[in-house]
Design a protein around this ligand. Sequence first.
Ligand code: CP
Ligand code: NVA
Length: 306
Amino acid sequence: MTLRHFLTLRDLSSLELNRILERASELKRMQHNNEVYQPFVGKVLGMIFEKSSTRTRISFEAGMSQFGGDAIFLSSRDTQLGRGEPIEDSARVISSMLDIVMIRTFGHDIVERFASYSKVPVINGLTDDHHPCQLLADLQTYIEHRGSIEGKTVAWIGDGNNMCNSYIEAAHMMGFKLKIASPAGYEPKEEFLTEFAHCVEVFNNAEDAAVNADLIVTDVWASMGQEEEQKHREQAFAQFQVNEKLMGLAHPDCLFMHCLPAHRGEEISENMLDHKNAVVWDEAENRLHAQKALVEFLLNENMKQS
Ligand code: CP
Ligand code: NVA
């Protein structure tokens, strides 16, 4: 049997995804009730970070502690990965000592190569192309506030990169319509759009995408690794800010999400995080619960096989 990884959302079936989302809310209730639940005493998660993080690191680390296990933070700056030890060699060594691994890196091929040499499940904690862990939290948050997302309309305003790609996969798996508004030249890759044409529509202005939306989502204009493009992107994305006016075009119950960190005055207006329909703090907290459900799923699936 093949080892289960979580490199993109589509490494799960829609049924598995829905079960993980339900379990995430259940684990959240248990955590809020101070229930001690430690099924993974002695299990160790390795977290390899080649990019910065607040939420991803803390949620995985806290989640493993709550499960009775441990998490090790591995920065590429301090490991031999940063000095050129091949991914394939690192994967064999690291996975021989750990039970599960999370990687945040640049090229998506890096997590794929690591996974193909790993003896344990590998989780994508963000690459240039996907951020599936964030989608678990976003979907959980939508469902907790509004019920099923099936048949709803989600507007993605901004860059057509990692977050947007994971939203495209989510639209396909959860049965919602995704309206994408990106500046010309910053749309998702053409072949990806073609593959998901049944659930995705692309617009060249934010207003058209926002009309009647049930959820509006955005992200930073310059992602990690694109810092030198900041000024150029500020011009290209200037008409793609999420603000109260844009929210006014959407359904009155429309939620607003942002994976954070946010830049007030750029992709969002100064007060957008305080909007009555903004659920960004619940969304951030749900990283903890959703990833605990994911880790539980992957460790249990893996145990079934060994
Ligand atoms: N949203 C998110 O992944 O946050 P961090 O970069 O802080 O992990
Ligand atoms: N698109 C952003 C997401 C940060 C969580 C980035 O890649 O930097």
